[in-house]
Write a protein that binds this ligand. Structure first.
Ligand code: GZL
Length: 370
């Protein structure tokens, strides 16, 4: 309601200013306009008020939520999008404006600004990369619209209410600490790894790369090369094709920073005659643990898969409802992740001194996955 009154005052002022500019006597302030009504330029006919009903009336009293999603690059993203659309549905009392930003940072900022113009009640952002956000978050703050960050983090501004997501650094460390324990159990004394990274500058990529590298440096492993596959299957295949040419016969570990890259890397290794999975040339490590990824674990292709939970939307809704009721949500809310392998690839390991458990991949586990 506060925004509508303010808009009415501004619209009336605009009408007055426009009238002044046209040097005609200022018309009486317009009847209370819709929240989004712009003062029509003097030379144009203002649309009848009923055509520009306030979004709130259009939305039938629903809570208006704008969601700027990264894109549609992976199975993980598909699950994340579905989770958000299921939670922020009309039946649940929401009017969701969803924008798939197709991995385009400029488009994502534009989507957020469009939500401000629409006068939504809340904005949810899954930031493609972690930086470049303070200006547009300031605009959200100035508009009085709370921002909730889901999944990836924003690292150069704290002008948001809460972040809900996974601990990417722990995911990277868990993959490396598992590899250390598994290699020891297999009698493998030398690690020569290749890393297919996610979208460079995304917090998921930064955390996974840094976490794995920290353990690799401590253990004296060789990381032969790191290149981005942009979290896509095509990207994973392209990078792996190049790796197979440049490092033929020199690597025994491939780390893919999501399952879709692993799918592409497998195609490339098949074409290059490189075998992977338990008992083969290459230990293949992946992240996300989507259903198709776990199917590849079960098939003996991916050796271990480190989940990143895409189903954060219910927790984000909890943050929004806390705000609705005048409460103050936590600034950071972690969602739990699990680690997966076949029985013979499950080993004991710790991350930062915390013992880790792994889930054995079975048909039931796959059926229950996202
Ligand atoms: C991680 C998420 C990543 C997934 C990829 O939280 O942002 O983006 O790991 C997805 O599958 O593309």
């Amino acid at each position: 309601m506060r925004k509508k009154v303010l808009a009415a005052i501004m619209a009336a002022a605009m009408v007055a200013l426009t009238a002044c500019a046209a040097a005609a006597p200022a018309p009486a302030p317009a009847a209370e306009p819709a929240a989004t009504e712009e003062a029509a330029p003097a030379e144009e006919e203002a649309a009848p008020a009923e055509e520009e009903a306030a979004p709130a009336e259009d939305a039938g009293g629903l809570i208006k939520v704008g969601f700027a999603q990264v894109g549609h690059e992976s199975d993980w993203r598909t699950a994340s999008t579905k989770s958000c659309q299921d939670v922020f549905s009309t039946e649940n009392g929401y009017d969701l404006s969803f924008v798939d930003c197709d991995n385009d940072e400029a488009a994502q900022k534009e989507a957020v600004r469009s939500f401000i113009e629409q006068g939504v009640d809340y904005i949810i952002i899954d930031p493609i990369i972690a930086t470049g956000w303070d200006t547009v978050l300031t605009e959200c703050e100035d508009a009085g619209i709370p921002v909730i960050v889901i999944d990836r983090t924003i690292d150069d501004s704290d002008k948001y209410v809460s972040w809900v997501g996974s601990d990417f650094l722990t995911e990277g460390k868990a993959a490396a600490e598992w590899l250390k324990a598994y290699a020891a159990a297999q009698g493998i004394t030398e690690i020569n790894a290749l890393i297919i990274q996610g979208t460079i500058g995304s917090s998921a990529q930064i955390g996974r790369t840094d976490g794995f590298q920290e353990v690799a440096d401590r253990e004296g492993w060789t990381v032969l090369d790191k290149q981005t596959g942009d979290f896509t299957e095509a990207g994973g295949q392209e990078v792996m094709e190049s790796f197979c040419k440049s490092y033929a016969g020199k690597f025994n570990v491939v780390v893919c920073e999501n399952d879709n890259e692993a799918f592409g890397a497998m195609t490339a290794m098949d074409n290059a005659g490189v075998t992977y999975g338990p008992g083969n040339d290459v230990i293949l490590i992946s992240y996300d643990a989507c259903t198709a990824g776990l199917e590849d674990v079960k098939a003996g292709k991916i050796t271990a898969d480190f989940e990143c939970n895409p189903l954060a939307a219910p927790t984000v809704e909890g943050v929004l409802q806390t705000l609705q009721s005048g409460g103050t949500p936590e600034k950071q809310i972690l969602v739990p992740d699990n680690w997966y392998a076949l029985k013979d690839q499950i080993v004991d390991f710790s991350v930062d001194g915390n013992a880790q458990s792994m889930i054995e991949v079975t048909d039931d586990v796959i059926a229950a996955q996202y």
